[in-house]
Write a protein that binds this ligand. Structure first.
Ligand SMILES: NC(=[NH2+])NCCC[C@H](N)C(=O)O
Ligand SMILES: [Mn+2]
Ligand SMILES: [Mn+2]
Length: 303
């Protein structure tokens, strides 16, 4: 956490960007799992902006069913409202901590941030790269397109949330923890020159070395750095309650180390944690993990 004098929590109870319902319960589950008490114990001044609300979208204007962009109009309405909400928090000089919701909400978060930061770095910790477009998506689920849209790729309605775009540049974008890419996403990473640390890289080099480089790439020549953390980056043994789990993920210790190193770097100016889906009902394990991980990001230490 840098520059800001406080943290502002903003819950985004939205799940229509994902293929499975239920991530809308994420913000409340994370609060109930003890986030307020955690912030209290850390002695960090914080405010609660509550749960975001947004207007019902107008009736679907598109003549054809939007199979490649499921629930587009809901995603647009939500992200316009989130753009305004996040922008307000930055304007107040506070650190936005956005609790999702599925990962499609990153489009609005990044729009709100980019209206203040003209050279925003992004560290995207995820199993997936969320770099699909309507042409490459295998599912039509917009959470799989959130990073692409923020980089200016795909449907113009998504790339121009907040009335401008792109929000971020590939040279300041880092993917970390990746282990599941669709063919179009691989092409995009190579063509755009996005820095991508796969699970293979983390296995070979260790989290510490990889994160050091991630901080360099996202921090150099930027005026702010956003952390977008998809809980499905962790191994399902640690984070079972998420819509698209995949074995072979970050261990508990690797995830904590990543966030501790980010705290140490002092470059992070905003964060979001997404894809906690308490409806998948294996108890509160995943929400509790989310609270612990936020603790590490905010400077919790053993000694
Ligand atoms: N944010 C996520 N969990 N994204 C999952 C995306 C999965 C797949 N790549 C898709 O486009 O549908
Ligand atoms: Mn994601
Ligand atoms: Mn993911």
């Amino acid at each position: 956490m840098t520059r800001a004098n406080s943290i502002t929590l903003l819950g985004v109870p939205f799940d229509l960007g994902a293929g499975r319902r239920g991530a809308c319960g994420g913000p409340e589950a994370i609060m109930q799992a003890g986030l307020p008490e955690k912030l209290q114990r850390l002695g960090i001044p914080w405010n609660d902006a509550g749960l975001l609300t947004w207007p019902e979208p107008q009736l679907e204007q598109d003549a054809l069913p939007l199979t490649a962009l499921k629930h587009l109009h809901d995603v647009l309405a939500l992200n316009e409202a989130l753009h305004a909400g996040v922008s307000r928090i930055v304007q107040q000089g506070s650190f936005p901590l956005v609790l999702g919701g599925d990962h499609s909400i990153a489009i609005g978060t990044l729009a709100g941030l980019a209206s203040h930061y003209s050279r925003l770095g992004v560290i995207w910790i995820d199993t997936h790269s969320d770099l699909n477009t309507p042409d490459t998506t295998p599912s039509g689920n917009i959470h799989g397109m959130a990073l692409a849209a923020s980089l200016g790729q795909g449907d113009e309605r998504l790339t121009r949330i907040g009335g401008f775009g792109p929000k971020i540049r590939p040279e300041h974008t880092v993917l970390l923890g990746v282990r599941d890419l669709d063919p179009g996403e691989k092409t995009c990473i190579k063509a755009q020159g996005i820095t991508c640390f796969t699970m293979h890289d983390i296995d070979r080099r260790g989290m510490s070395s990889v994160m050091e480089e991630a901080v360099q790439v996202a921090g150099k020549g930027t005026d702010g750095v956003h952390l977008s953390f998809d809980i499905d980056s962790l191994d399902p043994a640690e984070a079972p309650d998420t819509g698209t789990p995949l074995k072979g993920g970050l261990s508990y210790r690797e995830a904590h180390l990543a966030l501790e190193l980010l705290h140490e770097s002092g470059i992070v100016t905003s964060a979001e944690l997404v894809e906690v889906n308490p409806s998948l009902d294996t108890g509160q394990k995943t929400a509790q993990l989310a609270v612990e991980l936020i603790g590490s990001l905010l400077g919790e230490q053993i000694l």
